[in-house]
Design a protein around this ligand. Structure first.
Ligand code: 26V
Length: 809
């Protein structure tokens, strides 16, 4: 707040806004200013801001309708949108006004923003990408709907107890959700199970159970508030919420059983991003939201355009991974059973309508469902899948595919228990299949989809991921945003590639100083937060070296921790050397069933405890595992980072998007040639990034030719000492054998090639140290990172989807 507001009377718009917030507080929340608690002020503020949004929202809907526009439908089981107030207020460009209006009531916008719960309806990168895409779609004025599930409990909250991850239920709806609008009129019948009958040439599915899907809409405001789209999340409800006969007979649980079963469907987000849940409930969720979305899309199309034949001209449906892939069979069912289409005609419409994005090549994350389960839950869809498969395999045979190739292309995995392969279904039913970074797309063609690619060589294409610069620069880093705006104007928020105008400022010593001052002040804010939340002091003048992301073996947090231990050993052995002070920051959640990942969290905490308590090293090395990583925590950490750790085993990280967020906020990357790191390197230049380790080809070759990690460990004294220290209990004196198995895994197989890349990684870290000491050189590189990564705006990504896949631009 500026002091002027205290002395000058507020502008009429500000006073009107303040009045409106108070009016909302009283008449909508039912409290006066004296009785209101912070959550009441937050709700009153959101409702007031929402009023402005609703008018723009209706105008956008009408404009799209009047133009007869083609709509984009983004189907995703995850939308990791985080908090919405700051996003809405900045995109409406009303931050200043809202801040001043709240000040009239003695409230602070920043404080209210802090108590808004994160909408954590996603696991990690895939869910956050969906959220960035929704923002960019609106910012580009493209009529679009996001479709997903309104989970009552999103991503679990992570507590760290004695260094161990403990999962706690998350309850983002505890205070209600002022952003959402329930649309009781948009409700659909969703069936499960039962049987299929045929009368004449009509097929009829009689489901054994059914629930109702109710739409709940959240507006998504684009940059400058010109366009507002809809995020439509489905809620499940029983048709008959209470069975009165049972209730009156005293069977209260039985009376409410249907409602409970229905609510279970949309209760929790599967917190597992590495292995298929293998749960019937997960398949039910997938079908529930796919069916509701397809019915809604078809209903809207018929209402607006009359003729279902034109669906592909007016609707582009994008499948965010295979989680909504059953939509392919569902659209076929609706076209054939409800609109009397012949199979072949329905298939053409379906393929022209769908696009499919693949987000991982990890075999354990490729979804497939036991055929018996699929058939029991979705008997009609099973028939359709068989029919699609017959057609697909006919095409493969006539193209000359051999038996092995046919087996790979088939929608049914026949090795062992028969399973429905969702990736093959999504591929077969789509005209476009895309990867999320150049290397990933290349590997898709060579590995999982090699046979399908040979059969349909034009379908696979690349769309390198992006991030929205509004949330990941403007909102999370106001200091840097102000500095950039002063230097080059604010066009970069509309067109992030204008950031390139900042490039020459790397050579301006005055600018470098101001840039470094912004970074330092972000680091001070993070240090304060870490002190308040963890009671740990970190020095803002030390290098902040950050690895924040889901905990997974392929992301190799272990490589980072082992190198930290090696560095600790080195500092202790050579205290006289000129070490560069570092703070190693980790954050991330492990899937609840992923034991090794949970043990890595414990190890990070054990190492932190020992290192932080050692008087010999404490001024040179600090380690912190910050609990409960989520979007809001990322928004604090990213602007404060000096070094971004992107160190996955090459070939395994499809893209990464954290890598882009850090670079855009002036952190330098230490990373492997994996995912989008490669494209980041191409843009920032070799001198402004620290690349190490094997390439994807080298990893593949090493695996094929027999990799012997034991000899690698024996040959590296630093690695050997670190590994044996950890294995023998130096960091776990209370349970010396705790890490014997984890370290044993490095000797015995080391699938993720931690040992193979260790020496090169450690050497790259020492180059990082040397550069960091040369503050001018470091800051110049940081500025060049910001200037050169505008291409990674999700606006660019969405433009490419719009042009190449959806044909809406
Ligand atoms: C699989 C499953 C299986 C069932 C339980 C819930 C669940 C949730 C997610 C997944 C697959 C996750 C795939 C994923 O998140 N991929 C990430 O996508 C990012 C956006 O494209 C990309 O940047 C990351 O590199 C990639 O790992």
């Amino acid at each position: 707040m500026t002091s002027d507001t205290a002395v000058q009377p507020p502008e009429p718009t500000v006073q009107a806004l303040a009045d409106s917030i108070l009016d909302t507080l009283v008449h909508r929340i039912g409290k006066d200013a004296q009785a209101a608690r912070p959550h009441d002020w937050l709700a009153a503020t959101i409702f007031t801001v929402r009023n402005d949004i609703v008018e723009r929202w209706m105008a956008s809907t009408k404009a799209a309708h009047a133009a007869g526009a083609k709509r984009v439908y983004y189907l995703s089981l995850e939308f990791l949108i985080g908090r919405l107030l700051r996003d809405a207020v900045t995109n409406l460009q009303r931050s200043d006004e809202v801040t001043r209006a709240l000040a009239i009531h003695g409230q602070t916008l920043a404080e209210l923003e802090e108590i808004e719960p994160d909408a954590a309806l996603g696991n990690g990168g895939l869910g956050r990408l969906a959220a960035c895409f929704m923002e960019s779609l609106a910012s580009l004025d493209l009529p679009a709907y996001g479709y997903g599930i309104r989970y009552v409990n999103g991503m679990f909250r992570q507590r760290i107890d004695d260094g161990w991850q403990v999962e706690m239920p998350e309850n983002w709806l505890a205070h209600g959700n002022p952003w959402e609008f329930e649309r009781r009129e948009s409700a659909y019948f969703i069936g499960f199970g039962g049987e299929v009958t045929i009368t004449g040439n009509r097929v009829h599915w009689n489901p054994a159970e059914a629930v109702e899907a109710i739409a709940v809409d959240t507006p998504v405001v684009g940059w400058r508030g010109k366009w507002v789209n809809t995020l439509r999340l489905w809620n499940a409800r029983a048709f008959d919420p209470i069975k009165l006969d049972k209730f009156n007979a005293g069977d209260f649980e039985g009376a409410l059983g249907d409602q409970m079963r229905a609510e279970t469907l949309t209760r929790v987000l599967y917190p597992n991003d590495s292995t298929p849940a293998g749960q019937e409930l997960r398949l039910r969720q997938e079908y529930f939201f796919s069916s509701a979305s397809i019915q809604d899309i078809v209903r809207r199309h018929i209402q607006y355009f009359g003729d279902i034949q034109t669906l592909p001209d007016k609707a582009a449906i994008q499948l965010n991974d295979t989680h909504p892939a059953v939509s392919v069979a569902e659209l076929m069912r609706v076209l054939i059973d409800h609109h009397d289409f012949a199979f072949d005609a329905a298939w053409e419409i379906t393929k022209r309508t769908f696009g499919y994005t693949n987000h991982t090549l990890l075999p354990e994350a490729l979804e497939s469902w036991p055929l018996s389960l699929f058939e029991r839950l979705l008997p009609r869809h099973m028939q359709i899948v068989y029919q699609i498969n017959a057609k697909l395999l006919r095409e493969a045979r006539s193209a000359g595919s051999n038996d092995q190739s046919i087996a790979a292309i088939s929608l049914i995995d026949e090795g062992g228990e028969r399973r429905v392969r969702m990736a093959n279904l999504a591929f077969a039913g789509s005209h476009s299949i895309n990867g999320v970074a150049a290397l990933h797309t290349d590997l898709m063609k060579k590995t999982v989809f090699a046979d399908l690619h040979r059969l349909y060589p034009t379908r696979i294409n690349n769309k390198t991921n992006g991030i929205t610069p509004r949330r990941w620069l403007q909102q999370c880093n106001p200091g840097l945003t102000a500095l950039i705006r002063e230097a080059i104007g604010d066009g970069f928020l509309d067109d992030a590639e204008r950031l390139i105008d900042l490039d020459p400022f790397a050579e301006d010593s005055g600018f470098r100083e101001r840039f470094a001052a912004v970074k330092r002040s972000n680091k001070v804010m993070l240090a304060n937060h870490i002190f308040e939340s963890m009671n740990l002091r970190i020095d803002p003048d030390a290098m902040f070296d950050v690895q924040i992301k889901r905990i997974h073996e392929y992301k190799r947090q272990l490589l980072n921790i082992v190198e930290t231990v090696a560095l600790y050993d080195q500092i202790r052995s050579h205290p006289e050397r000129d070490w560069t002070p570092r703070v190693k920051l980790f954050a991330g959640k492990a899937a609840s069933s992923y034991q090794n990942a949970k043990l890595v969290i414990k190890l990070a905490n054990d190492v932190a405890r020992r290192v932080n308590a050692d008087p010999m090293t404490r001024d040179l090395l600090r380690v912190a595992f910050v609990p409960n990583y989520n979007v809001s925590l990322a928004e604090r950490i990213v602007p404060a980072a000096d070094l971004s750790e992107q160190i996955s085993t090459a070939g395994m990280e499809a893209s990464g998007t954290g890598n882009m967020k850090f670079a855009m906020n002036g952190a330098l990357t230490i990373g492997t040639l994996d995912g989008a790191n490669i494209e980041i390197k191409d843009r920032v230049g070799d001198d402004n990034i620290f690349i190490f380790g094997m390439t994807a080809d080298e990893v593949e070759a090493k695996r094929a030719n027999g990799y012997d990690p034991r000899s690698v460990i024996e040959a590296s004294p630093e690695l050997r000492q670190a590994v044996s220290g950890i294995a023998s209990g130096v960091f776990s004196p209370d349970d010396p054998g705790r890490y014997a198995g984890l370290m044993g895994g490095l000797y015995d197989g080391d699938w993720f090639m931690v040992a193979a890349d260790f020496d090169d990684y450690a050497a790259a870290q020492r180059r990082v140290d040397a550069r960091y000491v040369d503050r001018d050189a470091w800051t110049a590189s940081a500025i060049r990172n910001v200037a050169r990564v505008g291409w990674f705006s999700s606006d660019r990504t969405i433009r490419e989807y719009a042009r190449d896949i959806w044909t809406v631009m």
